[in-house]
Every structure is written in C-alpha cells, then in structure tokens.
Design a binder for this molecule. Structure first.
Ligand code: UD1
Ligand code: MG
Length: 473
C-alpha cells in the first residue's frame, strides 16, 4: 500500500531512562527503539515515513540514515513537546498534500507486530476517517480511556488527568496507534485546543471530531503489543519479549536451540536450517549463519558470516569476519575484525587473527597470533607462531604462500613473504623473505656436553662438604 504514509512520534525526552542518550536510540535486540516502527513502515511498503524528533535529533537522523538509507525517513523537528497533537502538526509540512491514509505510531513501542497493523488498516478502510488500536487493561492508569455510547460506538477519548471518576473506571485504554485520513487529519489538527488538564494539544481529541462525522473503527490488541518503554526496567521487559519471539522464529524455521533462554540473537540475524546453537550463544548485528552450522556453547559473533557446515567449538569469538564452508574453529579462538577463513580451514584453541586470510584447507591449530597476514591454501602454521606486524608505529603484512610449513614457535617479522612450499624451522625468527621451496632456519646450532649432569652433581656435593666441615685454627 504505497499510498500509506507513516508518522512516528518520538520527540519525548525520555527523562526516566536517566541517560545521556535519547530514549529512542536505546536498543532492544540490537535495534534502536525507533528502528522498530520504521521497520514496520518499510514492511507495509509505506510511501512516506516521517519521524517527529526533538531530543538529539541529529543523532537519531544519523542512525536512521545509516540503517534505512540517507533521506529514507523524513525528519520533522518539535522543539518543545507541547503534546501529541502538536507533534503531529510538526509532521504536516513533510507530508505536503499527501492524500492517502496516515498511520501514526510511537517511537518507543517496539513490540507492535505487522499483523495488528494489517487489522487496523482493514478497519480503517471500513471507517474511512479514523481507526485506532485499543487495549483492555486490569490497571489502565495513565492511559487515555475509550468512551463509548449506548450502542458501543466510540464517542471520544478522555485522558487520565481529565477523566471523571466514572470514566476512570473504564478499562479500555487508547494504545496511541491511529490510521487516519490525511485531509481529515489536517483539518482536525488545526482545530485542536489546549483547554485540558495538561495544557497540551492532545492528538486524542481528533477522535471526538471523527466520531461527530461518522463511525470511528477500533481494533483491540493484546496489551503486550503496545507496551511502551519509559525506563530501563521497561526496556529489559520489552527486550525479553522480543528475544523470545526471535528465538521461537528461528526454532520454527528449523534451527535447534539447546537453551533458548540463554541464547541472544539480534533482530535481523539470519540462520540456515539444521544449524544448532549451544547454550550461551550470542549473535549480533549483521551476522549470517548458513545451514548445518554448529555453534557450540558460548560462541559470540558480531557482523560475522558463517558458511554451511562450519563448526565453531565452544567460546569462539568473532567480529566482522567470515568463516567458510566446513571450516573448524576453536575452542577459544578469537577472530578480530577482517578475519577470513576459507573453506575447510582449521583454526584451533588460543589462536587470534586480525585482518588475516587463512586459505582453503590451511591450519593454525594452536596458540598463535596472526595479524595482517595472507596465508595461502594448505599452509600449516605451527603452535606458537607469531606474525610481528607492528613496529610501534606502522602495521606490515606477512604473506605465506600455498603449502608452506611454519614450524612451531616461529616469529615472522613483517613485511615478509614465505614462498610456496617453503619450510620455516621451529623456533626461527624470520626477517627476510624465504624463497619458494626453501628451508629457513635461524636458531643457534645445538651443542651436547656429554656427562655434564654427573659433573654438576659432583661439584655441588664438594661445595656442600666444604661449607659444613669444622674450621681449623
Ligand atoms: C498518550 C495518549 C493516551 C494514550 C497513551 C498510550 C495523548 C494526549 N494521549 O498518552 O491517550 O493512552 O499515549 O501510551 O495523545 N510525543 C511527542 N511530542 C509530544 C508529546 C509526545 O513526540 O509533545 C511522543 C512521545 O515521544 C511518545 C508518544 O508521543 O513516543 C506518546 O507520548 P506520551 O507522553 O508517552 O503519551 P501520554 O501523554 O502518556
Ligand atoms: Mg504525556
């Protein structure tokens, strides 16, 4: 429905978050609160999205531009928060002469799901002027109440602070989600007044104006859909619910989660079928996991791609990296930014990589630091190997060509190249290029002193006897 425009109200200060960061920039499941309603607007194919911002508008705009593309969301600024009606007024210039329906959402209610908006849009089409979402609450304190006539038709919304004792007993609350005709909105908003307990321009007053013209349609949603974030306790509650939805969604799509309660998967992470996640797995950001991948306990991956059939053993940590098909990693491996493991590569325990490619079938199985290195296919990197990539000022590259063998406890002082099929003897410090097929060895030749241990014992015994003998005068 591309004739749909979406207005997101997000100018509120969010004082109760007790934060230097605007409320709508706090994240739930890796996504800023405001990105959730914008994501919904996208899913609905909205022709226009306007966010009404106040606090830290520049930062919010930057996040929206980064996530959704520069200018994808129009920004309207509300300098003073004079009420929800006033907030919508600030969005009108950006809407121009938009003729289609306008959906109004809040920037701090990330639990709302598409299916309820579909119901709202259907209800709107029946009404033609206004449809809104209501919730029934055991304790509706703080919510605007839905006032209905004897026939059950909505006549107006009364805010908590303006409500009579009888009206306060109404358990049906206003969720703050509306679909409204654009021409009617422009007209009704212009007629809003501040004659109320808070001296604000209430958007809710458009309900009475719409009721005076005809029927206002309502859709009753479960309270969970419209739970707002006011403080960090709410944020934790909301994130817990979102997390449950995300893990269930993956489980239904064919992913085995050994312990969903300890599994943290950000919104937008992809996981292929028949993959298996152990307890304590954390998948963040733009992480993409292929099919039949095994992620054992405690793996933490951020912005990382793992291809089909790879196996990450416990406590593998990876950031901004890519792991090829059938690769084996860990336990306790650390792939820092820019690590690329090609198909069938093995990276074992206590190996750290950074900006390093480990070619197809290459192995670095134990205790190594490989930084700024290009390691060819089938290379074997021995235990304790270190690429010395940093001279205190600059970083330099190490190249190890196909099939080379690096003996244990070697240091490769970059910039340096070890040619294809070459060998580096264990314990070497390589400072010059090694030609293909050569053996490079830099250690001191071994010397054996026969019978040395027995002679040492004799010397020690003699020294002890001399020390304990009585002294003669
Ligand atoms: C509003 C509704 C109330 C409803 C409740 C549901 C009005 C007058 N009342 O109450 O009927 O039950 O939401 O949560 O609309 N905002 C701005 N600029 C402003 C004021 C608010 O952008 O000047 C934004 C806030 O950032 C927030 C949203 O609008 O995202 C709702 O504001 P809030 O103050 O929480 O609404 P309530 O007054 O509690
Ligand atoms: Mg308010």
């Amino acid at each position: 429905m591309s004739d749909l425009a979406v207005v997101i109200l997000a100018a509120g200060l969010g004082t109760r978050m007790k934060s230097d960061t605007a409320k709508v920039l706090h994240r739930a499941c890796g996504r800023e609160l405001i990105a959730w309603p914008v994501g919904l607007a996208r899913e609905l194919g909205a022709g226009k999205v306007v966010a009404v911002l106040g606090h830290q508008a520049d930062r919010v705009k930057h996040v929206l531009d980064t996530r959704f593309g520069a200018g994808a969301v129009d920004i309207a600024i509300q300098d003073k928060q004079l009420g929800t009606g006033h907030a919508v007024m600030q969005a009108l210039p950006a809407l121009g002469d938009w003729a289609g329906p306008i959906l109004i959402l809040y920037g701090d209610t990330p639990l709302l799901e598409r299916s309820w908006l579909d119901k709202l849009l259907t209800a709107y089409r029946d009404s033609g002027t206004l449809a809104l979402v209501t919730v029934r609450l055991a304790d509706p304190t703080g919510y605007g109440r839905i006032v209905r006539d004897a026939d059950g038709n909505l006549t107006r919304i009364v805010e908590q602070k303006d409500a009579s004792p009888a009206e306060r007993l109404i358990s049906e609350g206003n969720a703050g989600i509306y679909c409204i005709s654009a021409p009617f909105l422009r007209e009704a908003v212009a007629r809003l007044g501040t004659d109320n307990a808070q001296g604000e321009l209430y958007l809710t007053d458009v309900a009475a104006a719409a009721a005076a013209r005809g029927r206002v349609a309502t859709v009753e949603a479960p309270p969970e859909q419209v739970l707002g974030v006011n403080d960090r306790a709410d944020l934790a509650t909301v994130e817990g619910i979102l997390r449950g939805r995300i893990t269930r969604m993956h489980a239904r799509a064919g992913v085995t989660l050994r312990d969903p309660a300890s599994t943290y998967i950000d919104a937008g992470v992809e996981i292929g079928a028949d993959s298996e996640l152990g307890p304590g797995v954390v998948l963040r950001g733009k992480t993409r996991i292929g099919a039949r991948v095994r992620l054992d306990a405690g793996c933490v991956l951020e912005d990382t791609t793992v291809e089909d059939g790879a196996h990450l053993k416990p406590y593998t940590i990876a950031t901004d990296s890519s792991i090829g098909p059938a690769a084996q990693v860990g336990p306790f491996a650390h792939l820092r930014s820019g690590s690329v493991l090609e198909a069938d590569a093995h990276m074992g325990n206590f190996v750290e990589t950074k900006k390093t490619r480990l070619g197809r079938g290459a192995k670095a199985n134990h205790l190594a630091y490989l930084g700024d290195a290009d390691i060819g296919p089938k290379v074997n990197v021995g235990a304790g190997t270190i690429t010395c990539n940093y001279d205190g000022v600059n970083k330099f590259k190490t190249v190890i060509e196909e099939g080379a063998f690096i003996g244990s406890d070697s240091q490769l002082v970059a910039p340096v190249t070890v040619g294809a099929g070459a060998y580096v003897g264990a314990g070497s410090t390589i400072t010059k290029d090694v030609p293909a097929g050569a053996l490079a060895l830099t250690r001191v030749e071994q010397k054996n002193v026969e019978g040395w241990a027995a002679k040492k014992k004799e010397r020690q015994a003699a020294a002890k006897a001399a020390a304990t003998a009585p002294t003669r005068k």
